[in-house]
Design a protein around this ligand. Structure first.
Ligand code: G6P
Ligand code: MG
Length: 222
């Protein structure tokens, strides 16, 4: 019996995954590093410093920067990212998400946010969705990032539910792995191949509805 929903934010509720990529690409270009779509996908769901490490490693530059220089690069990325985030308005909520949140609320489901982003409250505020998420896992309290299940386990705990009573919604392969390892029902949004580990995959948030989830479960895919 499903009683709760654990949401990723970036790339699920709004298209901030694009903003993260845009801001990181500027850093990669600046340090003379390569950038490609595969790298962009690998960064989804990964926390700030781990993302920078992956970018530097991608260009073989992981030994070229001191910790202080890396902190400065991460801060520069975040400043650029926040400029983009502050252009967000409720019109930037991805298709179907507002209706899905309202349907979950009306159905008595509890909601929690499991985003690795320290900027999640600001993004939700700009989208006008703060009230939907009184339960946000603070990424500063985490020992391990996605694909570790920790953030999803804590999200279920925050709404007093067993992981088995929750669906988890993610656009990143690392996130889907974390949801599965936590014991929640994973719903991937995006490319079925990239997210092949998810219990259910919808090509976009427009298909993310309770009837579609129930239909997929009854079909025995899950
Ligand atoms: C999310 C995004 C990642 C981002 C991470 C940290 O997981 O998918 O791309 O790196 O949050 O975000 P922050 O806003 O704290 O740098
Ligand atoms: Mg995401």
């Amino acid at each position: 019996q499903l009683k709760g929903a654990v949401f990723d934010l970036d790339g699920v509720i709004t298209d901030t995954a694009r903003f993260h990529s845009q801001a990181w690409k500027q850093i990669a270009d600046k340090v003379g590093d390569g950038w490609d779509e595969e790298l962009a996908d690998a960064l989804k769901g990964i926390d700030r410093m781990a993302s920078l490490d992956l970018i530097l490693k991608h260009g073989g530059k992981q030994h070229d920067f001191t910790p202080a220089e890396k902190t400065a690069l991460a801060t520069e990325k975040n400043t650029r990212y926040l400029q983009l985030v502050d252009t967000l308005t409720p019109a930037d909520i991805l298709p179907g998400i507002q209706d899905f949140l309202d349907a979950l609320r009306a159905g008595g489901y509890k909601l929690a946010l499991a985003s690795a982003s320290k900027n999640a409250p600001r993004v939700l505020k700009n989208l006008g969705l703060t009230d939907y998420f009184p339960h946000i896992v603070d990424p500063a309290t985490l020992t391990h990032g996605k694909p570790d299940p920790e953030i999803f386990v804590k999200a279920a705990e925050s709404i007093d539910l067993a992981p088995e009573a929750c669906i988890g919604i993610e656009d990143a392969a690392a996130g889907v792995q974390g949801i599965n390892a936590a014991g929640e029902l994973s719903i991937g949004i995006g490319d079925a191949e990239e997210l092949h580990e998810a219990c259910i995959v919808f090509p976009s948030t427009a298909e993310l509805t309770l009837p579609n989830i129930k239909a997929a479960m009854e079909k025995g895919d899950v």
